[in-house]
Design a protein around this ligand. Structure first.
Ligand code: SF4
Ligand SMILES: [Zn+2]
Length: 407
């Protein structure tokens, strides 16, 4: 993908600035439709159980999503082009420390569980994810006091071996990491949205607002200094790219994350469509298709070809065998789910389920044969290969001008 180049594009460049404004303005325009829903501030947004690969075996993981104040990048700059998590946050009210504590206590005592007869004990889950649909390390979104409370209480659950949280890179600071490491003895992994290591793709296609990857490198170093793990999120197939450009970018970005930045793990996140996102808007206009699942196999092999796969921790995000204990996300909950993607990456109706099953198996075992064993689909495999041959001679700035420019 040479035309997007490794050369630094100056953010002072007129064409770049105009393209960036076109993207940001359109995102902000779409965000104006975000509904102001009456969320219960003391009720957890979601708790889900799924299967996860940890220390060489399949274990149960619990994913806890706090009803939260939402991502600051989203509120300030409109957020990333593929994300509409603010749909799940209160727009005018603030979730306070006390609200978060009530939510969290409902997890600790199991009172959040909606299914009659089900019980819940955090100690049964070796891996616990605590997400806030934004950055758990940003004190503007969730206070240091709250984060400290969560980790101090987690410390009493010795069945929990690893806690996974998420944050934008700029909030991974010594201050907050030292609070966590004083409060908690177990292993902590922080998921950081890298999306792409290509400047133009990250800033224009993702609208990530990380114009210098040294911020990412520093965040990984900080985590390692505190004995924590760094997980990179790599978005697969942002808007404005062809399928083959997106495959190439996901492979390169993943390799960079391991080799250049020193991440311990990479999660490839195929784009899905949520209401009020720019990706969704372009899909509705016919300018975007969600990624093909076949392409994920190319990406995994592309990475393995470059790095000794025995040592790699690679996940395919969004596809885990799940059971929703409470909340409004997940399969079967679309009608009451404010952040539910109405479309996820897919092949055709004949083979998508089989491929999704293979991805879930891969995520439980990290065995690439699970993906290789899916037979070519007579209905769509050739179409996908044709899709990969599509070329676009325009650079990204030109594509943005063509699609978003108002004359
Ligand atoms: S992807 Fe992360 S950083 Fe981007 S808008 Fe969504 S929550 Fe914020
Ligand atoms: Zn098919």
């Amino acid at each position: 993908m040479k035309k997007f180049g490794e050369k630094k594009v100056s953010t002072e460049c007129d064409f770049y600035t105009k393209a960036s404004s076109l993207v940001e303005n359109k995102i902000k325009e779409l965000r104006a439709n975000t509904p102001n829903l009456p969320f219960e501030k003391t009720k957890i947004a979601e708790v889900e159980i799924n299967k996860f690969f940890y220390e060489g075996k399949t274990v149960e993981r619990v994913m806890i999503v706090l009803r939260s104040n939402g991502c600051q990048h989203y509120k300030t700059n409109g957020g990333c082009s593929m994300c509409a998590h603010l749909n799940g946050a209160p727009l005018t009210e603030k979730i306070t420390h006390q609200n978060y504590v009530e939510q969290w206590n409902s997890v600790l005592d199991g009172s959040f569980v909606e299914n009659v007869g089900s019980t819940f004990d955090l100690n049964n889950y070796p891996v616990v994810c605590v997400y806030n649909l934004g950055s758990l390390l940003n004190p503007e979104e969730i206070s240091v006091e709250t984060v400290k409370y969560i980790f101090e209480t987690l410390n009493k659950y010795k069945g929990v071996k690893k806690v996974i949280i998420e944050s934008r890179a700029e909030y991974v600071t010594d201050d907050i990491l030292s609070v966590i490491s004083s409060a908690y003895d177990g292993l902590v992994e922080v998921g950081i949205g890298v999306e792409s290591t290509n400047f133009l793709i990250r800033e224009l296609c993702h609208h990530k607002a990380i114009d210098d990857t040294r911020i990412i490198e520093d965040s990984v170093k900080n985590l390692h200094k505190f004995g924590m793990k760094a997980l990179a999120y790599v978005n697969f197939k942002p808007i404005f790219l062809t399928e083959s450009e997106a495959i190439e970018d996901a492979i390169k970005t993943s390799i960079d994350c391991f080799k250049e930045f020193g991440f311990d793990a990479v999660s490839i996140e195929p784009t899905s469509l949520q209401d009020n996102s720019l990706a969704n808007y372009l899909y509705n206009l016919g300018f975007y298709r969600v990624p093909w699942l076949w392409s994920l196999r190319d990406i995994i092999h592309g990475i393995y070809n470059e790095i000794n796969f025995e040592k790699l921790d690679i996940r395919l995000g969004g596809y885990f065998d799940e059971e929703v204990l409470s909340g409004s996300q997940g399969t079967g909950f679309a009608d009451r789910n404010e952040i539910f993607p109405h479309m996820t990456s897919s092949n055709c109706s004949h083979c998508t389920n089989e491929f999704v099953y293979a991805i879930k198996q891969f995520n439980m075992t990290y065995d690439v044969k699970e993906l290789d064993n899916v037979k070519d689909c007579q209905h769509c495999y050739n179409l996908w290969q044709d899709t990969k041959r599509i070329r676009d001679s325009r650079d990204i700035i030109r594509r943005i001008q063509d699609i978003l420019r108002k004359e």
